[in-house]
Design a protein around this ligand. Structure first.
Ligand code: MSP
Length: 519
């Protein structure tokens, strides 16, 4: 039985259509799961939309729509984005689905049965934008206007209402023990430290319902129709809804939980690293393995915002650069766990250097040479020279372990750098061996050189499928590598192409990208 690997993205609010930040999270997550599938894991990949709460309700109202109709429209926008970006999810969950109501209400009932829920009164600050509570001392006062804002800069309002509370305070020590015993739970380490120091200050009980006088767009609290569940308790539960919760005996639940990896942005670590494990502890559900927080994508050095008008839509980006190049840039260039920047000139430079001029050019020049000079067949190799062996070992043995180590730490940037190094070693090899000269001086040696290059291209392509799936599939098809021989297990001499293996007429798979006129 192959090892389970469950990965989730955050589920996006449907108060608008997706932007580059959402696209980045989807692409990063998709790259990781595709990598794991190629490496033989039994993957389950969940994404979806977070549809309740005040933020969605208010925006729907502003748009003159019911929350449900508004959610339907925008959820479709996320589904379309996923399709256009080749996001290979196994399930797309919407929190307005009946299966999720059932799971979230069951979750509530478990917490209640544990004695962790009580009725009280909430009096304090709330940010609708972040759907989060704030204490006075967490807020920042604007020197000019005197207005209070959250550290992320969103507005807060004073809320007084009857509310159910979750006894989060009772979990302070248990959470600290979790961070200690399972250090990989919060990644990268800087985020872990942030959470530890937050929890060490002691936790207050958490308001987990909203009174219907204020909000009724939510999942009803079991047994009390005057309240709906706090959107984060509702939303976090999606990760187990999709596995069949509350049925923890289902095949999916038993095989995939707790092999869970939650990929989220840095702005929502508190919900995932503090509230979520506390809810799960209370409900007696095992804890997920990892929460990985990525950074934010800025555009030309500035935070994306509607008021600046620099919010980039995935749709426009795909039109300008193509889906594979866009994926590649984001995976290769955004630094690990840190904020990244999208600047068109830099993006185009990276895309062309690594794709059109990198693996694309290596494949195109090698395969067209083979096609023309070897009757469209992979030639046979003669005795290998040290330079051949060195390059083959680089492709067969040295690269994949580096990729695995990098991807275990959610570092596609490093993994792709390792593939780029292999490609550049192959470029150096071509220049040194000069097969075009060998064609006249030593045709047998030319054949060996081309054979080695085809093998390097085959392996490099297999190792890059997760990043740029469409173009690489086309390349492997040109090389007539059967679809069932494109797993990582096929990287290596044991699955080498046989001499006389026919290839198709090659055509470049990574076109050169022009800087869009309106960048
Ligand atoms: N609905 C909550 C998540 C609930 S998970 C149980 C939410 N939604 S969101 O739409 O605001 O954000 C969805 C994801 O996109 C989050 O992980 C968030 O960090 C990420 N991003 C939003 N803007 C981003 C960038 N500019 N850059 C990178 N990721 C960003 O939070």
């Amino acid at each position: 039985m192959s090892k389970p690997f469950y990965l989730t993205t955050a589920i996006a609010y449907v108060n608008g259509l997706p932007h580059l930040g959402h696209a980045y999270e989807a692409i990063l997550s998709d790259a990781i799961v595709r990598f794991k599938r190629l490496d033989g894991y039994d993957v389950f990949f969940l994404t979806g939309t977070d549809e309740h709460g005040e933020k969605v309700a208010k925006t729907a109202e502003k748009n003159g729509m019911t929350p449900k109709a508004f959610a339907d429209m925008n959820a479709q926008g996320f589904l379309d984005m996923d399709r256009d970006l080749n996001i290979s999810f196994d399930d797309f969950i919407r929190t307005t689905e009946p299966r999720h109501y059932k799971a979230a209400q069951a979750m509530w009932e478990r917490l209640q049965a544990r004695g962790d829920i009580y009725l009280g009164k909430y009096e304090g600050w709330y940010s609708v934008r972040e759907e989060a509570y704030f204490t006075e001392d967490e807020l920042i006062v604007d020197a000019q206007t005197g207005q209070k804002r959250t550290p992320q800069g969103t507005e807060v309002e004073w809320v007084v209402e009857p509310s159910y509370f979750f006894k989060l305070s009772a979990y302070t020590e248990k959470l600290l023990a979790l961070y200690e015993q399972q250090p990989e739970f919060i990644q990268p380490a800087a985020r872990r430290n942030e959470i530890i120091s937050f929890v060490k200050q002691g936790l207050k009980d958490l308001s987990v319902s909203r009174h219907k006088s204020r909000l009724n767009w939510g999942i009803p609290v079991p047994g009390d129709d005057d309240h709906v569940m706090y959107v984060w308790l509702d939303a976090l539960t999606n990760y187990i809804t999709a596995l069949g919760y509350p049925d923890m005996e289902s095949v999916k639940f038993k095989s995939q939980w707790p092999a869970a990896h939650h990929i989220i942005g840095k702005d929502i670590i508190r919900f995932h690293c503090v509230y979520w494990p506390a809810f799960l502890m209370s409900a007696a559900v095992d804890l997920p393995r990892v929460v990985f927080a990525h950074g934010f994508i800025n555009v030309q050095g500035e935070k994306m915002s509607k008021s600046i008008g620099n919010v980039l839509s995935p749709d426009d980006l795909i039109k300008a650069y193509g889906v594979d190049a866009l994926r590649y840039f984001l995976l290769r260039d955004i630094p690990h766990g840190q904020d990244g920047n999208f600047a068109p000139d830099h993006a185009v430079q990276r895309m062309n250097a690594d794709l059109a001029n990198g693996i694309g050019n290596l494949a195109q020049r090698t395969l067209s040479f083979v096609f023309k000079n070897c009757e469209g067949k992979i030639p046979g190799a003669g005795a290998l020279q040290p330079a051949d062996q060195e390059l083959l070992v680089h492709a067969y043995e040295k690269t994949l372990p580096r990729l695995r180590a990098a991807m275990n730490e959610f570092r596609p940037d490093l993994a792709l750098a390792a593939v780029a190094e292999l490609v550049s070693a192959a470029d150096g090899y071509i220049d040194a061996q000069a097969p075009w000269t060998l064609r006249k001086t030593d045709p047998a040696r030319m054949q060996t050189v081309l054979y080695v290059l085809c093998e390097v291209i085959r392996c490099a392509a297999i190792m890059m499928q997760w990043a740029t799936p469409q173009a690489i599939a086309a390349l492997l098809t040109q090389m007539n590598v059967p679809e069932n021989q494109r797993q990582f297990a096929h990287v290596g001499v044991d699955h080498a192409l046989k001499p006389d293996h026919l290839i198709e007429q090659p055509a470049g798979v990574f076109p050169r990208i022009e800087l869009p006129a309106v960048a």
